[in-house]
Design a protein around this ligand. Structure first.
Ligand code: ATP
Ligand code: MG
Length: 579
């Protein structure tokens, strides 16, 4: 391929609305262009890398025993009503109307469509295990599309769905996908690691997200440096707060005291009250699937909403408004407490860290008053103790006790054991070997293909541009003749090298632009081709060409050996990426 034949519109400056480095480089290297927020056109170089990632995914899905299908993006709302997600996923569902006024859904994911298929196609245990996958465009009404391809309204996903007759079978299917994902990201040259993930309303313990560590990621991952513990903060647990509430002997009955103007934990911790945050009970009112729920935490802890949803099985949860607090408890935020007078119908959840806590201070459910000498188990009307706090760095790992660390990461993939949630609702049943009719046991497995592409850039770049791993580079070798006049020695050799390398199966781009060497070098580094071959009159006269790996020092090799040396270099790089 010749540079002038394709389309690589590189930019010197990054557009002002690109916030993170990978987004800037996507644009500057001419890989994509923005149509509008969350919608991008792939240009030739971006598309070539995308296709390479897709090819790696296909190879690994096929190797793992999955089989490719292609489902419609446009879907009837009825199947979404059947699964219940017409309501629960309404925030992300794009809906369109046809000319007859009938409504359709643009698929954000395909559990409904595949379960509909399985309901009619799978009828016996003999037809399982079965795993269908596709690589297809998804639509999600993201409120804040941002960071380029990272969070888009339209993006490409690989989604796979497994069907098994038994729970053990489903676990084996899950493990095959987990292993395939590990290989896929390694082959893409991406350092991604699996972390335990929240399973939300569906429950169960089997969900992992594949995370790429990056400061610009939208997830916090909690991990132990040596014990292998790793979990999304939405799910992470620890052995408890860094400074547990000290145990105390049972004390006097609660005593009400005036706290005029005090409405925050911070204010109560200062003069004249001096109640340490860890001695305070934080009382939050939440509306959980339209029901008021009181959540109690230690004053120095923060609520983890994902955990609250998981513990209550809720689909929607939000903090109550001050008016709703008054309606529920008779007082405004700042003076709330799970003390006498909380209506019986209000569920009270207390965080595990409050279990047995004594000598605490809590709101009195009366504006401007608190209680002291509160013993949580004795004086508060706790319905259930649960883990709803957010883990902090430094707390002890549940595995080894070592201090946990937290880092930001990008979620590129997600594997999930679904169980029978969809198959029950959508009647995807089969005849088991004991003659019983049972729902299929399902799993679902997603990779954000376009997000993965950008994650590679986020991880593989330097101050000069992208530094692609050979497996996903748009071209592996960029041949750069420094004289492009027809018949000149550099161009003649460039063309021969181009043909020899292409014949050896190596993807080569020949930079035939009539530009200054500096411009050509800069561009090839910005676009990030893994190896550049410089062909200049001077070095050719002394019988040499220059090989410049994108991330390594230049070496000079004899003209006669150039093709062989390039092939050897590429093969070595490829081998290093093959697990
Ligand atoms: P997130 O938490 O980032 O919104 P999700 O958990 O909703 O993602 P899944 O439903 O698990 O995403 O989708 C599978 C994969 O699709 C994700 O791991 C991610 O890589 C990708 N993905 C999800 N939403 C987007 C988006 N808006 N733009 C690009 N990729 C996305
Ligand atoms: Mg996910």
């Amino acid at each position: 391929m010749r540079w002038t034949q394709t389309f690589i519109p590189t930019l010197k400056e990054s557009p002002s609305d690109a916030e993170i480095i990978s987004h800037k480089l996507l644009l500057r290297a001419g890989l994509v262009r923005k149509l509008t927020g969350g919608l991008y056109t792939f240009l030739p170089m971006g598309l070539r890398s995308l296709r390479k990632i897709e090819r790696i995914i296909r190879e690994e899905m096929d190797r793992a025993g999955a089989t490719e299908v292609l489902m419609p993006a446009l879907q009837p709302p009825e199947i979404w009503q059947q699964s219940g997600r017409y309501e629960t996923a309404r925030d992300v569902l794009f809906k369109v109307k046809d000319s007859a006024g009938r409504e359709w859904v643009l698929g954000p994911t395909h559990e409904e469509v595949i379960t509909h298929l399985a309901a009619s196609e799978i009828s016996s245990y003999r037809q399982m295990p079965r795993n269908f996958y596709q690589i297809q465009t998804k639509f999600r009404d993201e409120i804040r599309p941002r960071f380029g391809l990272m969070r888009a309204k339209e993006f490409i996903m690989k989604d796979a769905y497994s069907f098994d007759a038994t729970d053990d079978g489903a676990m084996a299917s899950y493990q095959r996908m987990y292993d395939a994902y590990t290989r896929i990201f390694a082959r893409c040259g991406l350092k991604a690691f699996p972390v335990e993930a929240d399973t939300g309303v569906i429950g169960g313990n089997h969900s992992h997200e594949f995370m790429v560590p990056a400061e610009t990621g939208e997830n916090d991952v909690v991990y132990g440096e040596t014990d292998g513990y790793a979990a999304n903060i939405e799910k992470a647990t620890s052995r408890g707060p860094l400074h547990p509430t000290p145990a105390e002997a049972t004390g006097p009955a609660p005593e009400k005291f005036a706290t005029p103007g005090v409405v925050t934990i911070e204010q109560l911790s200062q003069a004249p009250h001096h109640v340490e945050a860890s001695r305070q009970v934080k009382t939050l009112v939440y509306v959980v699937d339209s029901q008021p729920v009181l959540v109690l935490l230690r004053g120095d802890d923060t609520l983890n909403e994902a955990k609250l949803m998981a513990r209550t099985g809720a689909v929607h949860a939000r903090p109550a408004t001050p008016d709703e607090c008054v309606a529920t408890l008779g007082a405004r935020p700042g003076s709330l407490g799970a003390v006498a007078g909380v209506p019986a119908k209000v569920l009270v959840l207390a965080d595990d860290a409050l279990r047995g806590a004594k000598g605490m201070v809590t709101g009195a459910n009366e504006d401007g008053f608190h209680y002291r000498h509160v013993e949580v188990d004795r004086d508060l009307r706790v319905g259930r103790f649960v883990d709803v706090r957010t883990v902090h760095a430094g707390e002890a790992s549940v595995r080894s006790g070592e201090p946990l660390r937290i880092r930001r990461a990008i979620e590129v993939g997600h594997v999930f054991k679904l169980g029978t949630k969809y198959s029950e609702k959508m009647n995807a049943t089969f005849l088991a070997d004991d003659g019983q009719r049972r729902p299929c046991v399902m799993g679902c497995y997603g990779i954000g293909v376009t997000r993965t592409l950008q994650a590679v850039i986020e991880q593989c770049h330097d101050e000069n541009g992208i530094a692609w791993p050979v497996s996903v580079a748009p071209f592996v070798v960029c041949i750069t003749p420094l004289n492009v006049a027809a018949g000149s020695a550099p161009l003649t050799l460039a063309e021969k090298l181009h043909d020899d390398l292409t014949a050896a199966g190596i993807e080569v781009i020949l930079d035939d632009r009539d530009d200054r060497p500096g411009v050509k070098f800069k561009d090839s580094e910005l676009v990030g081709f893994p190896l550049r071959v410089n062909l200049g009159e001077k070095s050719l006269a002394s019988g040499e060409v220059e090989l410049k790996p994108r991330t390594g020092p230049m070496v000079k090799v004899p003209v006669a050996e150039a093709a062989q040396r390039v092939i050897a270099w590429v093969r070595e790089q490829q081998a290093a990426l093959n697990p």
